[in-house]
Write a protein that binds this ligand. Structure first.
Ligand code: PEP
Ligand code: MN
Length: 342
């Protein structure tokens, strides 16, 4: 069950709901979104009904949710959420183009990639300073030095930063530099990490686990929401299937399926899905046609020397074609490209 507060509910109103639920032996989790606050209730539903919470000041509605992901479900939240990343929206009205290097390798490489991204119309910069790699011998990222480079490049280009956090203990450090925290596919069910990013008030991009169902993905988002943070963007990045022609199989159905179940925005990562440069444009077009709220794409000034995922990084010519598609396609579905922060 969730209690939906009115847009103008005060902290005292919210505390009043929490106190009443706790006095009845229940637990209440407050999640503050951009538009409104909702309170998730855990405990005896019949007892909660008897409390007549609807009559309390600041309460808009009390809704029984039939799915296990309560806070991120759209049953109590029919309008789609728009998440703002340092002023750049990700939501139903816009199409947000996020681009940048897979990994931050140096200031020069990151700045060049960011300039390529900005020239193509991207309004958020991606780049990993902490890299979760399959092999312990592969480049693991520059760590805090990488974050410092990202912050410098943000100052130089004006692009807010999306960057991955791998270890729950690093969340405060990464949050000091980032505009949006990314939880990668390998960590989608790292519950300690989900709770740690949920305890921040920062936007979070939650990538789908490569072997996770849509329901497991939404339950992972619920962990973040339950800690009080509803600024979550889901990212479909391809799943494991029997097919070996591509790095992963882009589950394009996940976009409308997640939209049908949740109020959260959904973006697509065509780079990690296909794992090949030549697939990024067609998969991006598919994402736009399926109603995705944005794409997140790898670019690199010199993919042949990239320390991570060079085979899928776009270079100038491909990027120009993708930029043209981003300008043309989302408009057919009534979306405008998400503008740079003002
Ligand atoms: C990434 O975006 O850099 C990344 C590692 O992606 P994923 O977690 O989807 O593999
Ligand atoms: Mn990568």
């Amino acid at each position: 069950m969730v209690v939906v507060m009115t847009g103008d509910a005060s902290d005292t109103d919210i505390e009043g709901v929490v106190a009443k639920v706790e006095a009845a032996g229940g637990a209440a989790f407050v999640s503050r979104g951009v538009e409104r606050t909702i309170v998730g209730l855990v405990g005896d539903v019949e007892r909660f009904y008897a409390l007549n919470l609807r009559a309390l000041p600041g309460v808009a509605d009390v809704v029984r949710i039939s799915v296990p992901f309560k806070l991120v479900s759209n049953e109590h939240h029919p309008q789609r959420t728009t998440v703002s990343v340092a002023g750049v929206p990700i939501g139903p009205e816009t199409f947000t183009f996020i681009a940048g290097p897979c990994a931050v390798e140096s200031h020069e490489q990151t700045l060049e990639a960011a300039q390529m991204a900005a020239a193509a119309g991207a309004t958020l910069l991606r780049g990993g300073a902490f890299k979760p790699r399959t092999s312990p011998y592969a480049f693991q990222g520059l760590g805090e030095t990488g974050l410092e480079i990202l912050a410098k490049v943000r100052d130089e280009t004006g692009l807010p930063i999306v960057t991955e956090v791998v270890d729950p203990g690093d969340v405060p450090l990464v949050a000091r530099y980032a505009d949006m925290l990314q939880v990668g596919t390998r960590n989608m069910q790292n519950f300690a990490l989900l709770q740690a990013v949920g305890a921040t008030r920062m936007p979070v991009m939650l990538k789908r686990g490569m072997s996770s169902t849509v329901e497991e993905w939404l339950m992972a988002a619920e962990y973040i929401a339950q800690r009080g943070n509803l600024d979550i963007v889901l990212c479909e990045r391809g799943i494991r299937t029997f097919e070996t022609a591509t790095r992963n199989t882009l589950d394009i159905s996940a976009v409308p399926v997640a939209h049908a179940l949740s109020h959260l925005p959904v973006v697509v990562d065509p780079s990690h899905s296909g794992g090949r440069r030549d697939l990024v444009l067609p998969l991006s077009r598919a994402a736009m046609a399926a109603g995705a709220d944005g794409i997140i794409v790898d670019v690199h000034p010199h993919p042949e020397t990239a320390l991570c995922d060079g085979a899928q990084a776009l270079v100038d010519a491909d990027l120009r074609e993708l930029a043209a598609a981003v300008r043309a396609f989302p408009a057919l579905l009534g979306r405008t490209p998400a503008a740079a922060r003002g």
